[in-house]
Design a protein. Structure first.
Length: 313
Protein backbone atom coordinates (compact mmCIF):
# COMPACT_ATOMS: atom_id res chain seq x y z
CA UNK A 1 0.00 0.00 0.00
CA UNK A 2 1.33 3.48 -0.90
CA UNK A 3 4.60 2.27 -2.44
CA UNK A 4 6.03 5.62 -3.55
CA UNK A 5 3.87 7.91 -1.45
CA UNK A 6 4.28 9.35 2.01
CA UNK A 7 1.53 9.52 4.61
CA UNK A 8 1.78 12.27 7.25
CA UNK A 9 -0.21 11.84 10.41
CA UNK A 10 -0.95 15.20 12.01
CA UNK A 11 -1.58 14.84 15.73
CA UNK A 12 -2.13 17.73 18.17
CA UNK A 13 -1.27 16.79 21.74
CA UNK A 14 -2.06 18.58 24.96
CA UNK A 15 -1.66 16.85 28.33
CA UNK A 16 -1.86 13.40 26.76
CA UNK A 17 0.72 11.47 28.80
CA UNK A 18 -1.77 8.66 29.51
CA UNK A 19 -2.52 8.07 25.83
CA UNK A 20 0.56 8.89 23.85
CA UNK A 21 2.51 5.62 24.14
CA UNK A 22 -0.50 3.50 23.34
CA UNK A 23 -1.25 5.79 20.40
CA UNK A 24 2.25 5.42 18.98
CA UNK A 25 2.14 1.68 19.55
CA UNK A 26 -1.21 1.18 17.81
CA UNK A 27 -0.59 3.49 14.85
CA UNK A 28 2.93 2.34 14.02
CA UNK A 29 1.74 -1.27 14.24
CA UNK A 30 -0.96 -0.67 11.62
CA UNK A 31 1.36 1.42 9.43
CA UNK A 32 4.09 -1.22 9.46
CA UNK A 33 1.69 -4.09 8.84
CA UNK A 34 0.47 -2.35 5.71
CA UNK A 35 3.96 -1.26 4.64
CA UNK A 36 2.98 2.40 4.54
CA UNK A 37 5.69 5.08 4.30
CA UNK A 38 4.81 7.44 7.08
CA UNK A 39 5.76 10.27 9.34
CA UNK A 40 3.84 11.26 12.45
CA UNK A 41 3.93 14.97 13.21
CA UNK A 42 3.04 15.57 16.83
CA UNK A 43 2.35 19.17 17.72
CA UNK A 44 2.61 19.77 21.43
CA UNK A 45 0.31 22.61 22.37
CA UNK A 46 2.15 23.56 25.56
CA UNK A 47 1.61 20.46 27.73
CA UNK A 48 3.12 20.66 31.19
CA UNK A 49 3.03 16.93 31.92
CA UNK A 50 5.27 14.19 30.51
CA UNK A 51 3.79 14.18 27.00
CA UNK A 52 6.82 15.80 25.36
CA UNK A 53 9.38 13.55 27.10
CA UNK A 54 7.44 10.43 26.17
CA UNK A 55 7.32 11.44 22.50
CA UNK A 56 11.00 12.43 22.46
CA UNK A 57 12.05 9.10 23.95
CA UNK A 58 10.23 7.22 21.21
CA UNK A 59 11.50 9.64 18.55
CA UNK A 60 15.09 8.71 19.40
CA UNK A 61 14.60 5.21 17.96
CA UNK A 62 12.17 6.12 15.22
CA UNK A 63 12.90 9.24 13.17
CA UNK A 64 9.51 8.94 11.49
CA UNK A 65 8.16 10.35 14.73
CA UNK A 66 8.48 14.13 14.63
CA UNK A 67 7.60 16.78 17.12
CA UNK A 68 6.82 20.48 17.00
CA UNK A 69 6.73 22.12 20.43
CA UNK A 70 4.75 25.28 20.96
CA UNK A 71 6.11 27.63 23.57
CA UNK A 72 2.69 27.77 25.23
CA UNK A 73 -0.91 26.76 24.63
CA UNK A 74 -2.25 28.23 21.38
CA UNK A 75 -5.31 26.03 20.94
CA UNK A 76 -6.03 22.97 18.85
CA UNK A 77 -6.76 24.89 15.66
CA UNK A 78 -3.30 26.47 15.70
CA UNK A 79 -1.70 23.11 16.52
CA UNK A 80 -3.41 21.48 13.57
CA UNK A 81 -2.33 24.28 11.29
CA UNK A 82 1.28 23.92 12.42
CA UNK A 83 1.15 20.17 11.83
CA UNK A 84 -0.24 20.64 8.34
CA UNK A 85 2.48 23.22 7.61
CA UNK A 86 5.33 20.91 8.67
CA UNK A 87 3.93 17.75 7.04
CA UNK A 88 5.67 16.62 3.87
CA UNK A 89 3.31 13.81 2.89
CA UNK A 90 1.38 13.22 -0.29
CA UNK A 91 -1.51 12.44 1.99
CA UNK A 92 -2.18 14.02 5.38
CA UNK A 93 -4.25 12.27 8.00
CA UNK A 94 -5.53 14.17 11.02
CA UNK A 95 -5.94 12.22 14.26
CA UNK A 96 -6.29 12.83 17.99
CA UNK A 97 -4.01 10.81 20.27
CA UNK A 98 -6.84 9.74 22.58
CA UNK A 99 -7.69 6.79 20.28
CA UNK A 100 -11.37 7.68 20.02
CA UNK A 101 -10.86 7.23 16.28
CA UNK A 102 -9.12 3.85 15.97
CA UNK A 103 -5.86 3.52 14.00
CA UNK A 104 -7.07 0.30 12.35
CA UNK A 105 -9.16 2.57 10.13
CA UNK A 106 -6.05 4.13 8.54
CA UNK A 107 -5.90 1.70 5.57
CA UNK A 108 -9.59 2.34 4.85
CA UNK A 109 -8.94 6.07 4.62
CA UNK A 110 -6.05 5.49 2.22
CA UNK A 111 -8.10 3.13 0.08
CA UNK A 112 -10.89 5.69 -0.16
CA UNK A 113 -8.72 8.69 -1.04
CA UNK A 114 -6.87 6.63 -3.65
CA UNK A 115 -10.21 6.33 -5.45
CA UNK A 116 -9.57 9.93 -6.48
CA UNK A 117 -10.90 12.17 -3.73
CA UNK A 118 -9.19 15.25 -2.33
CA UNK A 119 -10.66 14.93 1.16
CA UNK A 120 -12.24 12.04 3.04
CA UNK A 121 -13.98 12.88 6.30
CA UNK A 122 -14.50 10.16 8.89
CA UNK A 123 -17.99 10.12 10.33
CA UNK A 124 -18.93 8.07 13.35
CA UNK A 125 -21.75 5.59 13.58
CA UNK A 126 -22.76 6.79 17.00
CA UNK A 127 -21.16 9.17 19.42
CA UNK A 128 -19.67 7.51 22.48
CA UNK A 129 -20.31 10.41 24.78
CA UNK A 130 -22.58 11.50 27.60
CA UNK A 131 -26.09 12.68 26.84
CA UNK A 132 -25.41 16.38 27.55
CA UNK A 133 -22.53 16.44 25.07
CA UNK A 134 -24.60 14.65 22.45
CA UNK A 135 -27.47 17.13 22.79
CA UNK A 136 -25.07 20.06 22.75
CA UNK A 137 -23.27 18.86 19.67
CA UNK A 138 -26.56 18.21 17.83
CA UNK A 139 -27.69 21.75 18.68
CA UNK A 140 -24.34 23.21 17.64
CA UNK A 141 -24.36 21.58 14.21
CA UNK A 142 -27.95 22.60 13.64
CA UNK A 143 -27.26 26.25 14.51
CA UNK A 144 -24.06 26.23 12.48
CA UNK A 145 -25.79 24.92 9.37
CA UNK A 146 -28.65 27.34 9.84
CA UNK A 147 -26.40 30.38 10.31
CA UNK A 148 -23.57 29.67 7.92
CA UNK A 149 -25.04 27.43 5.24
CA UNK A 150 -21.98 25.18 5.66
CA UNK A 151 -23.11 21.69 4.80
CA UNK A 152 -20.82 19.74 7.07
CA UNK A 153 -21.30 15.99 7.23
CA UNK A 154 -23.22 14.82 10.29
CA UNK A 155 -21.36 13.03 13.08
CA UNK A 156 -17.97 14.32 11.98
CA UNK A 157 -15.04 12.49 13.58
CA UNK A 158 -11.59 14.03 13.96
CA UNK A 159 -10.01 11.50 11.64
CA UNK A 160 -9.84 12.69 8.05
CA UNK A 161 -7.41 12.42 5.16
CA UNK A 162 -6.59 14.88 2.39
CA UNK A 163 -4.09 15.10 -0.44
CA UNK A 164 -1.29 17.51 -1.34
CA UNK A 165 -3.43 19.56 -3.70
CA UNK A 166 -5.96 20.16 -0.92
CA UNK A 167 -3.19 20.90 1.60
CA UNK A 168 -1.56 23.53 -0.59
CA UNK A 169 -4.86 25.28 -1.08
CA UNK A 170 -5.56 25.16 2.68
CA UNK A 171 -2.16 26.68 3.45
CA UNK A 172 -3.10 29.79 1.49
CA UNK A 173 -5.69 30.69 4.12
CA UNK A 174 -4.15 33.11 6.56
CA UNK A 175 -7.10 33.88 8.79
CA UNK A 176 -6.25 34.42 12.42
CA UNK A 177 -9.43 32.88 13.75
CA UNK A 178 -9.69 29.34 12.45
CA UNK A 179 -12.65 27.04 12.41
CA UNK A 180 -10.86 24.23 10.59
CA UNK A 181 -13.95 22.28 9.53
CA UNK A 182 -15.46 25.40 8.01
CA UNK A 183 -12.21 26.20 6.22
CA UNK A 184 -12.11 22.67 4.81
CA UNK A 185 -15.60 23.12 3.39
CA UNK A 186 -14.48 26.45 1.93
CA UNK A 187 -11.50 24.82 0.22
CA UNK A 188 -14.08 22.49 -1.30
CA UNK A 189 -12.72 20.08 -3.95
CA UNK A 190 -13.88 16.48 -4.24
CA UNK A 191 -14.99 15.35 -0.80
CA UNK A 192 -16.57 12.24 0.60
CA UNK A 193 -17.07 10.46 3.93
CA UNK A 194 -16.46 7.02 5.35
CA UNK A 195 -18.09 5.63 8.45
CA UNK A 196 -15.83 4.60 11.30
CA UNK A 197 -16.37 2.84 14.56
CA UNK A 198 -15.54 5.15 17.48
CA UNK A 199 -14.29 4.12 20.89
CA UNK A 200 -14.15 5.76 24.27
CA UNK A 201 -11.22 8.03 25.01
CA UNK A 202 -8.35 5.60 25.85
CA UNK A 203 -7.34 7.45 29.05
CA UNK A 204 -7.17 10.93 30.50
CA UNK A 205 -9.91 13.54 30.25
CA UNK A 206 -11.33 15.76 27.52
CA UNK A 207 -9.68 19.19 27.33
CA UNK A 208 -12.81 20.82 26.03
CA UNK A 209 -15.20 21.67 28.82
CA UNK A 210 -18.61 23.14 28.18
CA UNK A 211 -17.57 26.80 28.14
CA UNK A 212 -14.62 26.10 25.83
CA UNK A 213 -16.94 24.27 23.47
CA UNK A 214 -19.40 27.17 23.61
CA UNK A 215 -16.61 29.59 22.73
CA UNK A 216 -15.60 27.45 19.77
CA UNK A 217 -19.21 27.31 18.64
CA UNK A 218 -19.52 31.10 18.74
CA UNK A 219 -16.26 31.49 16.86
CA UNK A 220 -17.38 29.04 14.21
CA UNK A 221 -20.62 30.91 13.64
CA UNK A 222 -19.07 34.39 13.69
CA UNK A 223 -16.21 33.33 11.38
CA UNK A 224 -18.48 32.00 8.70
CA UNK A 225 -21.55 34.16 8.85
CA UNK A 226 -22.68 37.77 8.99
CA UNK A 227 -26.22 36.68 9.79
CA UNK A 228 -25.99 37.98 13.38
CA UNK A 229 -25.32 41.47 11.99
CA UNK A 230 -28.24 41.21 9.60
CA UNK A 231 -30.45 40.00 12.45
CA UNK A 232 -29.58 43.13 14.40
CA UNK A 233 -31.08 45.23 11.63
CA UNK A 234 -34.09 42.93 11.54
CA UNK A 235 -34.74 43.12 15.29
CA UNK A 236 -34.18 46.87 15.30
CA UNK A 237 -36.70 47.28 12.51
CA UNK A 238 -39.33 45.23 14.35
CA UNK A 239 -38.89 47.42 17.42
CA UNK A 240 -39.27 50.63 15.41
CA UNK A 241 -42.44 49.32 13.75
CA UNK A 242 -43.78 48.32 17.16
CA UNK A 243 -43.01 51.83 18.44
CA UNK A 244 -44.95 53.44 15.60
CA UNK A 245 -47.93 51.18 16.25
CA UNK A 246 -47.85 52.10 19.91
CA UNK A 247 -47.67 55.82 19.09
CA UNK A 248 -50.62 55.48 16.71
CA UNK A 249 -52.81 53.71 19.25
CA UNK A 250 -51.93 56.14 22.01
CA UNK A 251 -52.96 59.10 19.82
CA UNK A 252 -56.26 57.39 18.94
CA UNK A 253 -56.87 56.63 22.60
CA UNK A 254 -56.22 60.26 23.54
CA UNK A 255 -58.66 61.44 20.84
CA UNK A 256 -61.28 59.05 22.22
CA UNK A 257 -60.56 60.59 25.61
CA UNK A 258 -59.41 57.30 27.03
CA UNK A 259 -56.96 58.23 29.65
CA UNK A 260 -54.59 55.53 30.72
CA UNK A 261 -52.17 56.20 33.43
CA UNK A 262 -49.08 54.24 32.60
CA UNK A 263 -47.22 53.46 35.75
CA UNK A 264 -43.47 53.74 36.14
CA UNK A 265 -43.24 49.95 36.28
CA UNK A 266 -44.13 49.48 32.62
CA UNK A 267 -41.76 52.26 31.57
CA UNK A 268 -38.96 50.76 33.63
CA UNK A 269 -39.51 47.33 32.14
CA UNK A 270 -39.54 48.53 28.54
CA UNK A 271 -36.49 50.74 29.17
CA UNK A 272 -34.52 47.90 30.74
CA UNK A 273 -35.37 45.51 27.94
CA UNK A 274 -34.69 48.14 25.31
CA UNK A 275 -31.29 49.05 26.73
CA UNK A 276 -30.43 45.40 27.16
CA UNK A 277 -31.21 44.65 23.56
CA UNK A 278 -29.09 47.60 22.46
CA UNK A 279 -26.13 46.48 24.54
CA UNK A 280 -26.34 42.96 23.14
CA UNK A 281 -26.34 44.36 19.63
CA UNK A 282 -23.42 46.65 20.24
CA UNK A 283 -21.67 43.62 21.72
CA UNK A 284 -22.23 41.57 18.59
CA UNK A 285 -20.84 44.35 16.43
CA UNK A 286 -17.96 44.62 18.91
CA UNK A 287 -17.07 40.96 18.54
CA UNK A 288 -16.81 41.33 14.77
CA UNK A 289 -14.69 44.46 15.21
CA UNK A 290 -12.46 42.50 17.61
CA UNK A 291 -12.00 39.84 14.98
CA UNK A 292 -11.01 42.47 12.43
CA UNK A 293 -8.54 43.93 14.94
CA UNK A 294 -6.98 40.52 15.49
CA UNK A 295 -6.74 39.82 11.79
CA UNK A 296 -5.28 43.23 10.94
CA UNK A 297 -2.41 42.74 13.40
CA UNK A 298 -1.32 39.72 11.35
CA UNK A 299 0.40 38.07 14.29
CA UNK A 300 1.80 34.60 13.72
CA UNK A 301 -0.66 31.88 14.68
CA UNK A 302 1.74 30.16 17.02
CA UNK A 303 5.25 30.37 18.38
CA UNK A 304 7.43 27.27 18.07
CA UNK A 305 9.90 26.50 20.85
CA UNK A 306 11.79 23.61 19.25
CA UNK A 307 11.34 20.82 16.76
CA UNK A 308 12.53 17.21 16.88
CA UNK A 309 13.41 15.14 13.77
CA UNK A 310 12.31 18.12 11.68
CA UNK A 311 13.98 21.09 10.04
CA UNK A 312 13.40 24.48 11.65
CA UNK A 313 11.20 26.75 9.58
N1 LIG B 1 -5.90 19.83 22.22
C1 LIG B 1 -4.94 20.76 21.84
N2 LIG B 1 -4.96 22.00 22.43
C2 LIG B 1 -5.89 22.35 23.37
C3 LIG B 1 -6.87 21.40 23.71
C4 LIG B 1 -6.86 20.15 23.12
O1 LIG B 1 -4.09 20.48 21.01
O2 LIG B 1 -5.85 23.48 23.85
C5 LIG B 1 -5.90 18.49 21.60
C6 LIG B 1 -5.89 17.34 22.59
O3 LIG B 1 -4.60 16.93 22.92
C7 LIG B 1 -6.59 16.25 21.80
C8 LIG B 1 -7.51 16.99 20.87
O4 LIG B 1 -7.08 18.35 20.89
O5 LIG B 1 -5.67 15.57 21.00
C9 LIG B 1 -8.96 16.84 21.22
O6 LIG B 1 -9.15 17.07 22.57
P1 LIG B 1 -10.05 16.16 23.49
O7 LIG B 1 -9.90 14.73 23.14
O8 LIG B 1 -9.73 16.54 24.88
O9 LIG B 1 -11.49 16.68 23.11
P2 LIG B 1 -12.81 15.86 22.75
O10 LIG B 1 -12.40 14.68 21.92
O11 LIG B 1 -13.39 15.48 24.04
O12 LIG B 1 -13.62 16.85 21.99
MG1 LIG C 1 -11.04 13.31 22.11
Amino acid sequence: MLKDKLLSLVVPVYFEQECIEQFIYETTKVLKEHAINYEIIFVDDGSKDNTVELIKTQALNNTNLKLVEFSYNHGKQAALTAGITYAKGDYLLMMDPDLQDPPIEIPNFIRKIEEGYDLVFGVRKEKKDNIINVIFSKLFWWILEHFTGLNLPRGLAVMRIFNRRFTNQFLKYNESSRFIEGMFMHVGMKQTTITIEQRERFAGVSKFNFSRKLNLAFDAILDFSDLPLKNIIRIGSYMVVLGFFAAFFIVIAKLLLIDFQMGWASIMVSMLIGFGVQLIMVGIVGVYVGKIYKQVKQRPLYSVKTVTNLEEK
